[in-house]
Design a protein around this ligand. Structure first.
Ligand code: DGL
Length: 273
C-alpha cells in the first residue's frame, strides 16, 4: 500500500478529464494536479517549446513525493514524452499510448480516426503508435483547433460546435472509420456533437480515461495502490488566475471543484529556451 500521490499535468484545464476518471476509478488515491493555464495552448506551439514547457511541468511535480505522473495533455504526451526517457525517476504515463492500444482493441474494420491539436496531428505520433501495434491498421487524422475554445466556453452542445464538428470530421467520416481517438484533453467534452456527426456505431476513445485504467492496473500489479476506505486528497495548482480555474475546472470535472487552487510561478521550474 502506498499513500504517495499521483501527479497529473496538462497545458491547462483539459487534463481534469483524466482526473475525473482517476477519481472515479481510484477514489482513495491522492492527486496533485498542475494546469499550465498561464502558457496554454501547447497545441499550436513549436515542438521545442512544448518540450521545454513539459520539462518545467515535470520539474514542478517532482517537488512532491509522487508514485506516478500522468502526462494528461495530448500534445505533451505525443510530442514531448517520447523524448523524455530517463528525465524523471518517477514513472510517467502518457495518454496517447493507452488510447492507441484501446483503439486497436476496439476496431473491427481496422480503420481508426485520430483528432487532436495541430501539434499532435502534425507530429504523426498517433499513426506511429497505431502502426507500431499493427502495420495493417488504416488511419486518418484531422486537427480540430476550434474544439478547445468551444469546450472552454461551455459551448460543447451549441449549434456552432456541431457545425465545426461536421466540417472537421468530414474526411474522417468519409474514410469509414469505426473507431475515433479523441486525442486532445478537451474533446471528450464534445462527445455529444462528435457522436452526432460520426454516428452511434463509431467507438469514441477517451485517452485520459484509458490512461487512468492502465495506471490503475499498473499500480495494482506493482502493489502501489493506496489503502481503500478513505477518499484521497486532491490538490490543484495553476500558473495563472485561480478563480477562472475553479469556474472552468468544474465543467471539466463535471462536479464542483472543491479545495483550494494554488498559483505557481512555473517559469522558475522551466529550463531556459
Ligand atoms: N491539452 C491540450 C491537448 O490535449 C489541448 C489544449 C492546448 O492546446 O494546450 O493537446
Amino acid at each position: 500500500m502506498d499513500k504517495r500521490a499521483i501527479g497529473v499535468f496538462d497545458s491547462g484545464l483539459g487534463g481534469l478529464t483524466a482526473v475525473k476518471e482517476l477519481a472515479r476509478l481510484l477514489p482513495s488515491e491522492s492527486i496533485v494536479y498542475f494546469g499550465d493555464t498561464g502558457r496554454v495552448p501547447y497545441g499550436t506551439k513549436s515542438n521545442e517549446t512544448i518540450l521545454r514547457y513539459t520539462k518545467g511541468d515535470i520539474e514542478f511535480l517532482k517537488t512532491f513525493d509522487l508514485k506516478a505522473i500522468i502526462v494528461a495533455c495530448g500534445t505533451a504526451s505525443t510530442i514531448a514524452l517520447p523524448q523524455l526517457d530517463g528525465f524523471c525517476e518517477v514513472p510517467m504515463f502518457g495518454v496517447s499510448a493507452p488510447a492507441a492500444r484501446a483503439a486497436k482493441k476496439a476496431t473491427k474494420n481496422g480503420k481508426i480516426g485520430v483528432i487532436g491539436t495541430p501539434g499532435t496531428i502534425a507530429s504523426g505520433g498517433y499513426e506511429k503508435l497505431l502502426l507500431g501495434l499493427d502495420p495493417k491498421l488504416e488511419t486518418v487524422s484531422a486537427a480540430c483547433p476550434l474544439f478547445v475554445p468551444l469546450a472552454e466556453e461551455g459551448w460543447q452542445d451549441h449549434e456552432i460546435a456541431y457545425l465545426a464538428a461536421k466540417e472537421y470530421l468530414a474526411p474522417i467520416c468519409a474514410a469509414g472509420v469505426d473507431t475515433l481517438i479523441l486525442g486532445c484533453t478537451h474533446y471528450p467534452l464534445l462527445s455529444g456533437v462528435i457522436r452526432k456527426v460520426m454516428g452511434d456505431s463509431v467507438t469514441l476513445i477517451n485517452p485520459g480515461a484509458e490512461a487512468a485504467k492502465e495506471l490503475r492496473d499498473w499500480l495494482g500489479y506493482q502493489g502501489l495502490l493506496a489503502d481503500e476506505g478513505k477518499d484521497g486528497e486532491v490538490r490543484f495548482f495553476a500558473s495563472d488566475c485561480v478563480d477562472s480555474f475553479v469556474t472552468l475546472g468544474s465543467r471539466f470535472l463535471e462536479r464542483p471543484l472543491t479545495g483550494c487552487v494554488e498559483r505557481v510561478d512555473i517559469e522558475k521550474y522551466t529550463p531556459r529556451g
